[in-house]
Write a protein that binds this ligand. Structure first.
Ligand code: HEM
Length: 543
C-alpha cells in the first residue's frame, strides 16, 4: 500500500472511531439523563405541588438572575409578591431546587431545629475566605466551636467593650464634622465597625476588599456559569478574588500575630471577667439585647452554667488560650473563626447603622423623639455612654429594630435539607436535597404580621404589639441554635455609635424610602449609596 493510501485508511478509521464515539455518547448521555431524572422523581413530584414561576428546560429560572444586583433584587421581590398568597415559592436554578419560605411557622420549623443546621450549597463560595468558620461549618465541628465561642459574646464580656465602642464613636463624630453637603454615610460606618486603633490603617483597605469579595460571591450565586470552580478559576474574577483574599487574610494574620505576641510576653488578656458565677445555672438575659432566641430554647449567649469558676475571656483571647493546650482548636481554625467574625461583624453592622441614619434623615419627627430620649439620659453632659444608658435607650432601640425589620442586612438565610419536611403553614412537603431559603426581607414585610408593612413605625416594637406576634416573624439575626452569635455585641455597638452621632448631629435625607434602590449582594444595601446630610446640633456636644 502506498503511503498516501495508508494515510487515507488511517484518516478514515479515525473518522469512523470519532463517529462511533458520538454515536455511543448521545445514547449514553440520554441514558444518564433519564436515570438522573428518575432518581430525582420524588423531588420533581413534590416540587410540582409548590407554587412558582415557570422556567425553561435545563436552566429553570436562571435567566431571572441576569442584570445588576439591584435589578436582580427588584426582580426577585416582584416575583415573590406575584405569589403573595403563597407561604412557599419554588424556583429552579439549573438542577437546583430553591424553596422560599415566608410564614413564621415554617421559618420556625427550620430555624429552631437542631437537625436542619446544614448551610446551603451556595455558602461553599465563602470557603476560600472563611474556611470552616462558624458561619459555614456544620456537624460536630460547628457544635464544638459554637460552644467554645458563644460564651465570648456573653454580656459580661461585651460590657468591657464599651470604652472601645465609645472611643470609636467619638472618632467617627470627629471625622463627620468635616462633611458638608450630601455624602455616603456607609463609608464612615464601614470603617467605624471593624477597626480599633491598631488596625485603623488597614481597616479601610480591608473594608473595600470585603465589599468587592461580596460582589464576586454574589455573582457566583446568581450566574450559573460562574458556579463550577472549574469554570470560575479560568475567569478574571478568580484572579481578583485571590488578590482580595490576600488583603483580607493579611489583616487577620496581623491581628492574630499581635495577640500571640502579647500572649507570649505574658500580657494579660485584654478582657478578663474576674467576677465568678455560682455553680447553679443562671441566665443573664437583658431586655433589648437579648432577642434571637425563642421561648423554650436555651440562649447560649446568656447561660452561665459552663463558666463555673472559669474566667471569661474575649473572643480572640479565649481562642488563643484554648489553642495553648493544642486540643481544642488549631491555628488554622483560629484564623477561620477570626475571618468569620471580622466579616460577619463588619458589613452587617455597617449596613444596619447606615439604614438607620437614612431613616432618621427621612423621619424628622421620629428623630426628634430619639433625641428627646437621649437628652433625658445625658442632659447637657457630653460624657460617654454607659451600659446602663444603653438599656435606657428604649425608643432608639425600637427604631433600630424597626430598621432591621424593614431593611434586614442579611435579607435571606439558606439551609440544605437532608430530609423531607412538611410545612406547618400549608401541609405541603419540601423534598430532601432542596435549598430552603428564609426570605427575611419579605417575611418582615408581611401584611398579615405588620399592618402597613412598608411604613417605618418604631411602635411596631412596643411590648404590647410584639407580645402577640409569632416569635419567628422577626428574624434579622436568624434565631434558634444557629442564630447570630454577635447579636448582642451588634446591638450594644449600634446603640453607642448611633446615639453618639445623634447627640452631635441632625441627620437629613433628601430621598424617601420608596426612592431607595436596594441591592442584595450578600448584605442588603442601597445601590445609590446611603446619601444623607448633617447639621451640627445647636447644643453641640464636645466629641
Ligand atoms: C446588625 C448586625 C448583624 C446582623 C443583622 C447579623 C445577622 C446574622 C444572621 C441572619 C445570621 C445567620 C446567617 C445564616 O444562618 O446564614 C448570622 C450569623 C452569624 N453572625 Fe451575625 N449579624 C450581625 C452582626 C454580627 C456581629 C457583630 C458578629 C460578630 C462580632 C456576628 C457574627 C455572626 C456569626 C459568627 C454567625 C454564624 C453563627 C453560627 O452559625 O453559629 N454577627 N448573623
Amino acid at each position: 500500500m502506498s503511503y498516501a493510501a495508508a494515510e487515507t485508511v488511517a484518516a478514515s478509521s479515525t473518522w469512523a472511531a470519532t463517529n462511533l464515539f458520538y454515536v455511543l455518547l448521545v445514547p449514553a448521555l440520554l441514558l444518564w439523563y433519564t436515570y438522573w431524572r428518575m432518581s430525582r422523581r420524588h423531588m420533581y413530584e413534590l416540587a410540582e405541588k409548590i407554587a412558582g414561576p415557570p422556567g425553561y428546560p435545563l436552566i429553570g429560572n436562571a435567566l431571572e438572575f441576569t442584570g445588576g444586583s439591584d435589578e436582580i433584587f427588584k426582580n426577585i421581590m416582584k416575583r415573590s409578591f406575584e405569589f403573595k398568597n403563597e407561604t412557599a415559592v419554588r424556583i429552579w436554578i439549573g438542577p437546583r431546587l430553591l424553596v422560599f419560605l415566608y410564614d413564621p411557622r415554617d421559618v420556625e420549623l427550620i430555624l429552631s431545629s437542631h437537625v436542619h443546621i446544614d448551610k446551603a450549597e451556595e455558602y461553599r463560595f465563602f470557603k476560600p475566605w472563611l474556611g470552616d468558620g462558624l458561619l459555614i461549618s456544620t456537624g460536630q465541628k460547628w457544635r464544638s466551636h459554637r460552644k467554645l465561642i458563644a460564651p465570648t459574646f456573653h454580656l459580661n464580656v461585651l460590657k468591657s467593650f464599651i470604652d472601645l465602642f465609645n472611643a470609636n464613636s467619638r472618632a467617627v463624630v470627629n471625622k463627620l464634622k468635616k462633611e458638608s453637603g450630601e455624602f455616603d454615610c456607609h463609608d464612615y460606618m464601614k470603617t467605624a465597625m471593624g477597626v480599633n486603633k491598631n488596625t485603623q490603617d488597614s481597616g479601610f483597605e480591608y473594608a473595600m476588599a470585603v465589599m468587592k469579595m461580596c460582589d464576586i460571591l454574589h455573582l457566583r450565586h446568581t450566574k450559573i456559569w460562574l458556579r463550577p470552580d472549574l469554570l470560575f478559576n479560568f475567569t478574571q474574577y478568580a484572579k481578583v478574588q485571590n488578590k482580595l483574599l490576600s488583603i483580607i487574610h493579611g489583616l487577620t494574620t496581623k491581628v492574630i500575630k499581635r495577640k500571640k505576641e502579647e500572649f507570649k510576653s505574658g500580657k494579660k488578656p485584654s478582657i478578663l471577667e474576674t467576677e465568678v458565677t455560682t455553680k447553679d445555672t443562671k441566665t443573664t438575659s437583658v431586655e433589648g439585647l437579648s432577642f434571637g432566641q425563642s421561648a423554650g430554647l436555651k440562649d447560649d449567649l446568656d447561660v452561665d452554667e459552663d463558666v463555673g469558676q472559669k474566667k471569661r475571656l474575649a473572643f480572640l483571647d479565649l481562642l488563643l488560650e484554648s489553642a495553648q493546650g493544642g486540643i481544642v482548636i488549631s491555628d488554622t481554625e483560629i484564623k477561620e473563626q477570626v475571618d468569620t467574625i471580622m466579616f460577619e461583624g463588619h458589613d452587617t453592622t455597617a449596613a444596619g447603622s447606615s439604614f438607620f441614619l437614612s431613616l432618621m434623615g427621612i423621619h424628622q419627627d421620629i428623630q426628634a423623639k430619639v433625641v428627646e430620649e437621649l437628652d433625658q439620659i445625658f442632659g447637657d453632659s457630653d460624657r460617654p455612654a454607659t451600659f446602663q444608658d444603653t438599656l435606657e435607650m428604649k425608643y432608639l432601640e425600637r427604631c433600630l429594630m424597626e430598621t432591621l425589620r424593614m431593611f434586614p442586612p442579611v435579607p435571606i438565610i439558606a439551609r440544605h435539607l437532608n430530609q423531607d419536611i412538611t410545612l406547618p403553614s400549608s401541609g405541603k412537603k419540601v423534598p430532601a436535597g432542596t435549598t430552603v431559603v428564609i426570605g427575611t426581607y419579605k417575611l418582615h414585610r408581611s401584611e398579615s404580621i405588620y399592618p402597613n408593612p412598608d411604613k417605618f413605625d418604631p411602635d411596631n416594637f412596643l411590648p404590647e404589639r410584639s407580645a402577640n406576634r409569632h416569635y419567628y416573624a422577626f428574624v434579622p439575626f436568624s434565631a434558634g441554635p444557629r442564630s447570630c452569635v454577635g447579636r448582642k455585641y451588634a446591638m450594644l455597638k449600634l446603640k453607642i455609635i448611633l446615639s453618639t452621632i445623634l447627640r452631635n448631629f441632625r441627620v437629613i435625607s433628601d430621598l424617601k424610602e420608596e426612592d431607595f434602590k436596594l441591592q442584595a449582594d450578600i448584605i442588603l444595601k442601597r445601590a445609590e449609596g446611603f446619601k444623607v446630610r448633617l447639621e451640627p446640633r445647636k447644643r453641640l456636644v464636645k466629641a
